[in-house]
Design a protein. Structure first.
Length: 436
């Protein structure tokens, strides 16, 4: 379903049904990149339907990687690996709205014997890239930027391994350095201050790379040796847990709601969301757990219940950075409310999500305190329908579609088409699951 620029969401009574989610966005990005530099072919079933992951595929094609879609309902692609020998692009690599594409792919092109220009849309062009420019430059790449922001001009070549201690916890930065480390001479070491998503480490192992990982305080240390060859895989990508968050929170709004989500990613660095929601009162049971290419996958049974409040801070803020928007959007309906701290990274996402959340909650009649690194949202509030501005941010658009289900009156969401960045069928799926 193509989302119009404005969509109306009506109040609901329950959320019921089964939702088959598109492939996890984080894993889809990584599998597309790794299969593109691997030896042999990869078959990736349930690849993400989002525009961001399409940007990654387009960039890989521009770098000489051949891939095609397989006919059928499961959104399967077949990628013919380049064995690490990419070709110089004839035009700028267009990353669209995808910071994941730009940051992680920069690590790969930095190790290639040619120059690449990486560009993005207006939103991406405002996002900070100095956090990858620093370590890549230290490894030997020459990078020009616009005051640390895109477009990036990356003159790749011979890289040397580094020991890099990340100043800010970021899975994308960690991934960028590890991917560059594949093409570097020696062993690259990356230390993160807080544990972040480990999809890159898991995916590298799935494609045959060897790396060493161990805990380091509250974070982790990862080492990878350069010069390793990857081999293609056949994989079914599990359902996207960040997309599941919107339906989990929708069910949480209505005691008695029942929802089933099969074949869902259950990676421990992502599944903190489930712990938080269960602590808040949502009933969740996990069945059919299995490990697929190093990633845990399971099916969820969800039943709505009255929600308590919670505080999200420290390591939880880093682990839940993509899920905070929808958690904040339902916070007024909880009994004790929600406090969000240590989440300053929200300000440099597709929008300033702290500003967007506070403004839209107030537009719906909520009391909210905006802070430099988060929000304080009292519980026990009622919201009314309103005009919501997505700020061109897919997670803001989807978060307030969920909040609108329990508001009094209809809610209009401007910029609803931004949901296509991660989940083009979101509004259609939400409508199918709601009872009025």
């Amino acid at each position: 379903m193509n989302n119009p620029s404005e969509i109306t969401v009506r109040p609901a009574r329950h959320v019921r049904g089964t939702v088959q989610l598109p492939g996890d966005k984080s894993i889809s990005h990584r599998y597309a990149m790794l299969s593109g530099i691997a030896e042999g072919s990869s078959r990736l079933e349930n690849y993400s339907t989002g525009a961001d992951c399409a940007s990654t595929l387009a960039c890989m094609r521009a770098l000489g990687v051949k891939w095609s879609r397989i006919e059928g309902p499961s959104n399967t692609i077949e990628v013919h690996g380049s064995a690490g020998s990419l070709v110089a692009p004839s035009a700028p690599l267009d990353c669209g709205n995808s910071g994941s594409t730009m940051r992680m792919l920069s690590g790969i092109v930095a190790g290639q014997p040619f120059t690449s220009e990486m560009v993005g849309d207006e939103s991406l062009s405002r996002r900070p890239m100095q956090r990858i420019i620093g370590p890549l430059s230290e490894m030997g790449a020459h990078i020009a930027s616009q005051d640390g922001k895109p477009p990036l001009n990356i003159k790749g070549g011979s890289l040397k391994a580094i020991d890099y201690k990340m100043p800010v916890a970021s899975a994308q930065v960690k991934s960028c350095v590890l991917l560059a480390g594949l093409f570097a001479k020696g062993e690259t070491r990356v230390e993160e201050p807080l544990r972040t998503r480990d999809h890159t480490e898991v995916a590298l192992r799935a494609f045959g790379a060897e790396l060493n990982r161990k805990a380091a305080g509250a974070g982790s240390e990862v080492r990878i040796r350069g010069g390793q060859r990857l081999r293609g895989v056949d994989a079914r990508i599990p359902g996207d847990l960040s997309s599941a968050a919107f339906f989990l929170c929708a069910a949480a709004l209505f005691p008695g709601s029942q929802l089933t989500i099969p074949h869902l990613l259950m990676n421990p660095t992502r599944a903190r969301l489930l712990d938080i929601l269960m602590q808040m009162g949502l009933h969740i049971s996990v069945t059919q757990m299995e490990e697929i290419h190093g990633e845990l996958v399971g099916s969820l049974q969800i039943e709505g219940a009255a929600l308590h409040g919670t505080t999200i801070a420290g390591a939880d803020a880093a682990a839940l950075i993509d899920e905070i928007p929808v958690l904040a959007a339902i916070a007024p309906f909880t009994e004790q409310g929600m406090e969000i701290r240590d989440a300053k990274e929200l300000r440099v996402k597709e929008s300033d999500r702290i500003v967007a959340l506070a403004a839209n909650l107030r537009q719906m009649g909520a009391e909210v305190e905006e802070r430099d690194d988060g929000l304080k949202i009292p519980g026990g509030q009622s919201l009314h329908g309103a005009q919501i501005d997505s700020h061109g941010d897919h997670r803001i658009a989807m978060a307030f579609a969920v909040a609108a289900l329990r508001a009094k009156g209809d809610t209009q969401i401007r910029g609803a088409e931004s949901a296509a960045i991660s989940y083009p069928a979101f509004f259609h799926t939400l409508e199918e699951l709601t009872e009025r």
